[in-house]
Design a protein around this ligand. Structure first.
Ligand code: SF4
Ligand code: SF4
Length: 270
């Protein structure tokens, strides 16, 4: 049996920082994964004190030519000045994972902005410039690219915030040499497994579950939003399901007397 240690690299780009802290805080689970692997933090844009996470090794600066990671995990969206770095990480990784909605889809503001035409986008940008003291920072956050806009991505796990246990399950599989199990079904599938009543069918409240990729356990309907704890509908943070039938879904919503033009555009524009 080979004694080669499986090497995991992780780099955070532009993100709110919550995901990476949540991941690194799963000490027990991380220690199980790291019995057969090493985890290197390659860089972070958040102000995180990595000394609090002793099982993480820090790799500073450029990665030497001979150094190859078995998998590199990228979190966050990409600003223009970071594009060369993501290309470098692609060259240095056997497999590349885009983790979280920012890295897979841009971010919620990016997706929302894509619902508007150029004229409307200019109007939104103008209003932001006028009203927001942090305009440059905000415009940075809505013009960033996804990882897949720049390089080939092998695996995508979206989520805002991400589901930490999906990530741990991914790591366990890939370190074990198995094909990672990434779900490919609508949120409704997990919603029904959890025995929820359908908010749309019972109360007529629009829910994006039928056209959104699952993986979160239908969290917002089952246990409530992370921040508020309030049970609510799916607002699509995992992004659209690859083979979602948007036209039929839209017609169904209209039959129930709802107007969801903006939501529809939001998905079609991606
Ligand atoms: S509540 Fe939403 S996610 Fe659950 S079954 Fe209904 S439409 Fe699907
Ligand atoms: S239920 Fe929808 S909005 Fe809530 S976490 Fe899951 S995908 Fe995101």
């Amino acid at each position: 049996m080979s004694s080669k240690i499986f090497k995991i690299g992780m780099q955070e780009f532009e993100s709110c920082g919550k995901d990476i802290i949540n991941l690194l805080s799963l000490q027990h689970e991380m220690e199980i994964v790291l019995q057969n692997a090493e985890l290197y933090m390659l860089g972070t844009t958040s102000d995180i004190d990595l000394s609090k996470f002793p099982y993480v090794k820090v790799f500073k600066g450029e990665i030497p030519e001979e150094e190859i990671f078995d998998v590199i995990v990228c979190i966050g969206g990409i600003l223009p000045k970071q594009e060369n770095r993501i290309r470098e990480l692609r060259r240095k990784s056997v497999k590349l994972l885009a983790l979280g909605t920012c890295s897979v889809w841009g971010c919620r503001p990016t997706i929302a902005l894509s619902a508007f035409n150029e004229e409307e986008q200019n109007q939104i940008n103008g209003e932001m410039e006028e009203n927001s003291p942090d305009y440059n920072q905000e415009i940075g956050s809505i013009t960033r690219k996804t990882i897949g806009d720049i390089v080939k991505v092998d695996y995508k796990i979206p989520g805002c915030p991400i589901d930490e246990f999906s990530f741990i399950s991914f790591l366990m599989d890939i370190v074990d040499g198995k094909l990672p199990r990434i779900q490919d079904a609508p949120v409704c599938y997990e919603c029904k497994l959890n025995g929820n009543e359908c908010i749309f069918m019972e109360k007529g409240i629009v829910c994006l579950g039928p056209i959104t990729q699952c993986g979160c356990g239908a969290r917002c309907i089952t246990i409530g939003e992370i921040d508020s704890g309030l049970k609510t509908v799916c607002t699509g943070c995992y992004g659209p399901l690859a083979d979602a039938n948007l036209d039929e879904w839209y017609k169904m919503i209209l039959r129930y007397g709802k107007s969801v033009e903006n939501i529809y555009k939001f998905f079609v524009a991606r």
